[in-house]
Design a protein around this ligand. Structure first.
Ligand code: DCP
Ligand code: MG
Length: 365
């Protein structure tokens, strides 16, 4: 990237640690090195899932969010390790300290991932590629861990780039390459495109960025709502989102649009359990507890409602969250309705509410 300060482009780096929890465990336990390791819930316990797998374990097909039982079947010699969040948090603080040597414009996305805006870096290095190299080297020397970096002129492309040469990668996609890069990109890689939207796009004959580019903006909005406008821009390599250093996580949630409408309470419960589990994993990942549990329902006529319930003590427990979600669902009289989307969300992080602030709504539960 040009070091001249009058370049019209921003210099954005996205850094993502490699097999984060598993690499920390391999670093701290020499016996685990070079071996398949899965960090997560035990395969004996009920509902245990893999948080992450070492690269050795990935060769057997082990992945994040896979049930631990399945992981054991795929790779019987895998070493299961319980997560040590306090250690991951400490490493996370140290990598942020390393980033802080080059810029204050740091937007952490999770414990192991952050955007950096180094358009005007503190040490006047000027080259974002060089800064990314220095950061990777510092992480190696000081923490004995590897990270992958993506360097570009905006957040979206930098994030895709950091994933391209994992582990220990550094990928630069400059202004002159962005357009051809976006054209080749599969639609499911686009920011905000989940499996249902991706399927819808493929059914419309849209497989890559080049296909998306053929649709005018109003068509995109017609088919994909507000997100359509964003896809329209991003397909052209335009992403003006700023790196936001003080962005607090305000809510953590998960939602799913179903391949067919749900009509039975039992199947709705199964989905709520799954969504609650995902939310719990994310809460744990961000080390957050929330006081408000929100349920989102979209019916087959696209009507959407949300219902919420607040508790005094911040929670992150699966049982409490899934029970609250189910009670909120029951209160909407779901019998005989057709539901195409369910979502569960936690918000209101942080402090315990004072007793007198308890609302009447609590009596519902
Ligand atoms: N994580 C989790 N549950 C998930 C996904 C991730 O608990 N479903 C945790 C474990 C990961 C960490 O978050 O170590 C970082 O997530 P990444 O998606 O960055 O995955 P990794 O760092 O493990 O691997 P990669 O090398 O692909 O980045
Ligand atoms: Mg990672």
């Amino acid at each position: 990237m040009e070091s001249s300060s009058n370049s019209p482009y921003r210099k954005i780096i996205h850094i993502d640690m490699d097999a984060f929890y598993a690499s920390v465990e391999q670093r701290d336990n020499p016996d685990y090195r070079g071996k398949p390791v899965a960090v997560g819930g035990s395969p004996q316990g009920r509902g245990g899932v893999v948080a992450t797998a070492s690269y050795e374990a990935r060769k057997f097909g082990l992945r994040s969010a896979m049930p631990s039982k399945k992981a054991m079947q795929l790779c019987p010699e895998v070493i299961f390790v319980r997560p040590r969040f306090a250690v991951y948090k400490e490493v996370s603080q140290k990598i942020r300290e390393i980033f802080g040597r080059y810029t204050d414009l740091i937007e952490p996305l999770s414990l192991d991932e952050a955007y950096l805006d180094v358009t005007h870096d503190k040490q006047n290095i000027g080259s974002a590629i060089e800064i990314a190299q220095l950061i990777k080297q510092a992480i190696k020397d000081e923490l004995q861990l590897t990270a992958s970096a993506g360097v570009s002129i905006n957040k979206f492309v930098a994030k895709i780039a950091s994933d391209m040469n994992k582990p220990d990668g550094l990928t630069f996609i400059g202004p002159s390459n962005i357009e051809s890069f976006m054209e080749k990109l599969a639609v499911e890689k686009f920011f905000g495109v989940g499996k249902v939207t991706a399927e819808k796009m493929r059914k419309m004959g849209l497989f890559t960025g080049a296909d998306l580019k053929k649709l005018p903006e109003d068509e995109m909005v017609k088919h994909f709502g507000k997100a359509g406008r964003f896809y329209y821009q991003i397909a052209r390599g335009i992403d003006d989102r700023q790196v936001q250093p003080n962005r607090e996580t305000k809510s953590i949630g998960a939602e799913d649009t179903f391949a067919y409408d749900l009509t039975e309470i039992d199947e709705m419960y199964v989905e709520l359990d799954k969504l609650s589990q995902t939310v719990c994993n994310r809460l744990q990942h961000y080390q957050l507890k929330g006081r408000t549990i929100t349920l989102k329902i979209k019916y087959n006529d696209f009507k959407q409602i949300t219902r919420n319930h607040s508790v005094r003590q911040p929670v992150s427990d699966l049982e409490i969250i899934s029970q609250a979600a189910k009670k909120l669902l029951l209160a909407t009289q779901p019998e005989g309705k057709r539901i195409r989307l369910l979502g569960v969300m936690l918000s209101n992080f942080g402090e315990i509410a004072p007793k007198q602030k308890r609302t009447d709504q609590l009596e519902l539960f």
